[in-house]
Design a protein around this ligand. Structure first.
Ligand SMILES: [Zn+2]
Length: 57
């Protein structure tokens, strides 16, 4: 299982990998917003994604 955490607006990838990571740590690392489009980050715990959108949609 590959985990992706990315911005749904611009597609900026915050994290991608097989290891389960803590999304809250990533959000904090980036100061709570996307560095590319400045969209505020919101955690979606169900999908382990930030404002997740399924790949291949
Ligand atoms: Zn963005």
């Amino acid at each position: 299982m590959t985990i992706r955490i990315y911005c749904e607006r611009c597609g900026f990838i915050f994290y991608r990998g097989d290891e389960l990571t803590n999304p809250q740590e990533i959000i904090k690392k980036y100061g709570g917003k996307c560095p590319r489009c400045y969209k505020p980050l919101q955690l979606n715990p169900k999908n382990i994604k930030i404002m997740g959108v399924e790949e291949g949609k």
